[in-house]
Design a protein around this ligand. Structure first.
Ligand code: SAM
Length: 416
């Protein structure tokens, strides 16, 4: 519990959860998978439901406690929700953890949790009374989703607090889908659905347990993310650019689909290393460059691309259940910053696209400012651009649900 509380406290202090978890896992390399998974799960669940937990906690806190103790209390409330039948054990474990972390606050932790338990039947009414707690997203986020998706805002917010699905992509260069399905079933791994090269697992599990993963027959990639390479549809012999490539999920998918000459760009040198590792595992090859894709003079040799994937940096509001720290770390005003960065990237990349070529703009966001508004502005500013419809529509907003994350796709063609 204390380890999970440390992760939660790190986020409350403004830190990134994924990085903190990776540091913790590296510091405790001897932890068995199950321990690592349990710590991760508890911290992730606590942050997914942070708004709810904090609304309950605020009834019992008279002043803000030390951040680690605040995190510990939130983790304890999550545990109490998950395991009501073990309430007393959970309280005892939390008090023991407080005794290790901050012995002087052990009594306070004990008092808060026992009081909260005594008033268990009131939790729902406290949560219902507060919009942030009810939807467990910040108020500005709720306002945006409601304005952008008047019909679906509730289901989007609800999806944001669920455990994410786990999907696989079968590497068609190395395996047949039927054979992979048989291997998974033989390993006792239950499947929920199979469609094209995509296999949806009934339960998430560590990649080390996936038959065929190390041998590059399968990759883990959300089913929504798998649409990107299919929509760009590279053809044999083409020059293709993956402009924002790390960790390389879509780079690999593009290379699995056709024999292309692919350049992968990535701004962050550490993340760029993950592209190479992914491609090596899958037996694929690309030219990888560390560069700001919008600064053409630093990386472009002047030869135009037939297709460009612009999987731009964004708010990640469509994948928030995988990164539950995001919703508490981002601010409303950050979204305009993302939109400006996205416009700068696609404006620059457009110069590198051949006449008649195709660019796919992708975000994992559900905010209109990064999506449809971005497309409209782009078409206004580029007379040589036209929309290449997706399923008969100018764009495609995939909303997060039980099967896939939230994504936005817009396909643009450069007039010849
Ligand atoms: C949404 S992620 C890409 C995910 C990737 N396409 C995949 O499917 O695995 C966006 C990536 O763009 C990188 N990035 C951000 N700004 C960039 C820029 N100006 N030039 C190149 N890469 C950039 C980020 O570091 C991040 O790795």
């Amino acid at each position: 519990m204390l380890r999970a509380a440390e992760l939660v406290a790190g986020v409350m202090e403004g830190g990134n959860l994924t990085d903190a978890f990776e540091r913790m896992a590296a510091d405790h390399a001897a932890w068995p998978d199950a321990t690592r998974g349990a710590v991760r799960d508890l911290a992730w669940s606590t942050l997914r439901d942070y708004g709810t937990g904090d609304a309950v906690l605020q009834q019992f806190l008279h002043s803000p406690p030390a951040v680690l103790i605040h995190g510990l209390l939130l983790v304890a409330l999550t545990r109490l929700e998950q395991r009501p039948e073990q309430a007393h054990t959970v309280v005892d474990q939390t008090v023991q953890a407080a005794a290790v972390a901050m012995p002087g606050l052990k009594g306070m932790v004990n008092g808060v949790l026992r009081n909260a338990l005594r008033q268990r039947q009131l939790w729902t009414s406290w949560v219902e009374a507060d919009e942030e707690a009810r939807h467990t997203h910040p108020r500005w986020w709720i306002t945006r989703v409601r304005a952008d998706h008047p019909e679906h805002w509730r289901s989007i917010l609800e999806a944001g607090r669920q455990r994410p699905p786990m999907a696989l992509r079968v590497n068609r260069r190395r395996a047949e889908v039927d054979a992979v399905v048989a291997e998974l079933e033989a390993a006792g791994i239950a499947l929920r659905a199979v469609s094209g090269q995509t296999v949806l697992l009934a339960q998430p599990l560590p990649v080390a347990r996936l038959p065929g993963f190390a041998e590059g027959r399968v990759s883990v990639q959300d089913a929504g993310a798998q649409r990107a390479a299919l929509l760009l549809a590279p053809q044999a012999g083409e020059r293709v650019l993956d402009a924002c490539a790390a960790p390389g999920g879509k780079t690999a998918h593009l290379l699995e689909l056709a024999d292309i000459e692919l350049s992968a760009l990535e701004l962050d040198p550490l993340r760029a290393q993950r592209i190479r590792a992914n491609l090596d595992r899958l037996g694929l090859e690309a030219r990888i460059q560390v560069a700001d894709c919008a600064r053409l003079e630093t990386w472009w040799d002047g030869r135009p691309f037939d297709r460009i994937l612009a999987d731009v940096p964004c708010s990640a509001s469509g994948v928030v259940r995988r990164h539950p720290d995001i919703k508490w770390l981002r601010r409303d005003e950050d979204i305009a910053g993302f939109a400006a960065q996205q416009a700068r990237i696609v404006d620059a990349l457009w110069h590198t696209l051949a006449p008649g070529g195709t660019m796919l703009y992708v975000t994992c966001s559900v905010f209109g400012q990064e999506n449809a508004a971005q497309l409209a502005a782009f078409l206004r500013h580029h007379a040589d651009a036209e929309s290449d419809p997706i399923d008969g529509f100018p764009d495609c907003q995939l909303l997060p649900d039980a099967d896939h994350d939230g994504f936005y796709f817009a396909r643009l063609r450069k007039k010849a």
